[in-house]
Design a protein around this ligand. Structure first.
Ligand SMILES: Cc1cc2nc3c(=O)[nH]c(=O)nc-3n(C[C@H](O)[C@H](O)[C@H](O)COP(=O)(O)OP(=O)(O)OC[C@H]3O[C@@H](n4cnc5c(N)ncnc54)[C@H](O)[C@@H]3O)c2cc1C
Length: 386
């Protein structure tokens, strides 16, 4: 058993760290304020291979492993959580294409996304009436000529306003009773220019303000036969397998945000004086710091374990859910303590911890809420998978 990074992992982590510190961190406040990530940051990340960390080099990616992805994601999220989620969605879409796409789909979409020829793609699963329960989605696709006609609405779509293409899930079972719920769903690639597709409401969010979150409207959007991704009616499995990997990414994102908050809290505690001494001298502050470091280390080990299993091609659904559940809940506590250590200054935008506090909250919600992670973990145990 090894707890050390090998040379290639250390290299990916240090290149992500260096880019994050040099190019992203100095702009993080402005990204949050303006609601936009500068194009050169996304381009720079793609040039480093960060938009397709585990995608083979032949398809424009870094050709690294899911373990390297965790390491890189922590570093990027430490600088800017909005940039990190944009990277996370691109990587998730890339992995869906790698695993389920035809050679032609990989050629047309994957290599462009991983290499940065296109800046973003979106993962369009959630709808206004179905988030935790995607099997109840309402968007439909029915055959029309030599293709499909998609109608419906998607909600909460990250990067949806500047994505070049979308991975979209829709019901393809019609009225067939055997194809209701999760069984009658298929997956399509829809280009942003497709007639009938329009960008709807932009969410005004508590945090992650640099990342855009929009609704998508599909009004008779026609896509050709070869837009079908994977098997007909096989879309639910694709979504679940993508979310397994995505959850490791969100665990890493939460860890990165909390790492930044903890570092800042330690520095602040050493500088801030109360009752004639640095507040770091007080046991109450020391315990908060000690608990935070311990919980973050545990979260990091869980994330790397899930990534290790994925790298080995072994089942990792439960481990990814455990990593996401623990890391996001722990990160929330760590950032809350960091804000507490900053006192009143933690509550104002002058200090970055205020941004981390807003940013970290959503990690307990998206890519499956904490309640859904518990459900996944419990189901696997109750099925006897020990
Ligand atoms: C900023 C942001 C970005 C997002 N980006 C994307 C994206 O790019 N693509 C995409 O497809 N989606 C995206 N989402 C959607 C996100 O994945 C959903 O919000 C999430 O899955 C929860 O769904 P919901 O909001 O409909 O909540 P609901 O499913 O309505 O849940 C409401 C509450 O009920 C609980 N609950 C539901 N079912 C159960 C159950 N069986 N047992 C116990 N409790 C339960 C939930 O845990 C939650 O507390 C994003 C969301 C946000 C906020």
């Amino acid at each position: 058993m090894h707890f050390e990074f090998d040379e290639s992992l250390a290299l990916i982590r240090s290149s992500a760290r260096e880019f994050a510190r040099r190019e992203i961190l100095p702009q993080a406040t402005e990204i949050d304020r303006s609601g936009q990530i500068p194009r050169n940051i996304l381009q720079g990340l793609a040039e480093l291979g960060m938009m397709g960390v585990a995608i083979p080099e032949a398809w424009g990616g870094a050709g690294a492993t899911p373990i390297a992805y965790v390491a890189a994601m922590i570093e990027i999220a430490k600088a800017c959580a909005s940039t990190a989620v944009t990277m996370a969605v691109n990587n998730m879409v890339g992995e869906v294409l790698l695993r389920f796409g035809s050679e032609a789909q990989k050629e047309r979409y994957l290599s462009k996304l991983a290499s940065g020829q296109v800046l973003a793609a979106s993962f369009a699963l959630s709808e206004p009436e179905s988030g935790s329960d995607p099997g109840s989605m309402r968007t439909t696709a029915r055959r029309e000529g030599k293709g499909w006609l998609i109608e419906g609405q998607k909600q909460w779509i990250t990067s949806g306003d500047f994505a070049s293409f979308f991975i979209v899930w829709a019901r393809t079972g019609g009225n067939d009773p055997a194809l209701q719920g999760p069984r009658g769903i298929s997956c399509f690639i829809v280009e942003s220019q497709a007639p009938g597709l329009s960008i709807g409401h932009h969410e005004r969010k508590m945090g992650l303000r640099g990342s855009s979150t929009v609704a998508l409207h599909f009004e008779k959007v026609w896509v050709p036969e070869d837009a079908l991704l994977g098997e007909l009616h096989g879309g639910f499995k694709i979504a679940m397998s993508a979310l397994d990997g995505g959850r490791i990414g969100i665990a890493a994102q939460a860890i990165g945000i909390a790492e930044a908050a903890l570092e800042e809290a330690i520095e602040y505690a050493k500088e801030r004086h109360a009752f004639g001494r640095p507040i770091a001298d007080y046991q109450a502050i020391q315990w908060m710091i000690a608990d935070s470091r311990t919980e973050l280390d545990a979260a990091t080990l869980l994330a790397y374990r899930a990534a290790f299993l994925k790298t080995q091609g072994r089942p990792f659904t439960r481990e990814a859910a455990m990593a996401k559940l623990f890391a996001t809940e722990a990160a929330w506590r760590v950032v809350d303590r960091a804000l507490q250590i900053h006192g009143g200054y933690g509550y104002v935008a002058e200090y970055d911890v205020e941004r981390h506090y807003r940013d970290v909250r959503v990690t307990r919600i998206y890519e499956g809420t904490s309640e859904i992670q518990r459900l996944v973990i419990a189901r696997s145990l109750l099925r006897g998978q020990i």
